[in-house]
Design a protein around this ligand. Sequence first.
Ligand SMILES: NC(=O)c1ccc[n+]([C@@H]2O[C@H](COP(=O)([O-])OP(=O)(O)OC[C@H]3O[C@@H](n4cnc5c(N)ncnc54)[C@H](OP(=O)(O)O)[C@@H]3O)[C@@H](O)[C@H]2O)c1
Length: 270
Amino acid sequence: MNLPNKTLAFIGAGNMAEALIRGLLVNKVLPGQQIIATDVRADRLEFLAKSYSIRTSQDNAAASREADIIILAVKPQHMSLALASLAIQPTALIISIAAGITTARIEKELAGTARVIRVMPNTPALVGAGAAALALGARATPADLEIAEGILNAVGTTVRVEEKLLDAVTALSGSGPAYVFLVAEALIKAGIEQGLPADIARKLAIHTIFGAAVLLAESTDEPAELRRKVTSPGGTTAAALKVFEDRHLTAIFAAALDAAARRSRELSAA
Ligand SMILES: NC(=O)c1ccc[n+]([C@@H]2O[C@H](COP(=O)([O-])OP(=O)(O)OC[C@H]3O[C@@H](n4cnc5c(N)ncnc54)[C@H](OP(=O)(O)O)[C@@H]3O)[C@@H](O)[C@H]2O)c1
């Protein structure tokens, strides 16, 4: 997708906004001069203007006034203040990437007329390998959803869900990178305990996760089938997998995602 003649404003120019800006430019979705980033930090804006040749401003009202698409990329606790500072055009599309802030709340704080799409991205977006779920607010249209997908696809893959499923998405893909980092930590520690030097355990663990992820993404086989293919009866992998099974690893993941989804619901309601 490209967005000819559209002006896109990022309100909040932190890590996530930068990942999206980089992805949009690399994928030629729109040129830098059609992107305006705002932030409370002047040094941050100076860095982004220099690195990406985009426009920057500390004036949220001015930036939002001229934008066709506004991406809300401030932390959830700063959202109300940021929304109050906007001066949006009636035709503007609002895309929020803030965790736990409902489309209903954004619509209400923008006086009820805005078309809002809510996105739950994740941190691999920083390296162009994100997984994001998108949900429509009450007034947003399927055409709006396509625009939002075009923007988020610049930093990874996207799925569409009903907004009520975003707590489950948060539990799976939003928090999910941390689960994989934990697996990496555990593999490195266990490898060292088996006698490997730390640097070698680290390299092998990271590239095993990376290689397995690429294989999963590129293969037409289901994860269970890929697992079976590397598990010979009576072999080493079978011995390890039996330990995971005996200690109920699948149930541990189910309980962990349940806890994350519950916390996401609590934070959204707060
Ligand atoms: N990072 C993730 O893994 C992740 C994943 C999913 C969703 N998200 C969501 O993405 C959003 C952005 O996250 P991030 O990690 O990019 O945050 P971040 O790095 O803290 O960026 C937010 C930026 O907005 C600035 N800001 C605060 N109030 C502002 C205002 N009123 N107007 C303009 N700028 C303002 C902040 O300045 P100060 O630092 O001075 O406050 C900061 O530079 C969050 O809502 C988060 O929930 C992040």
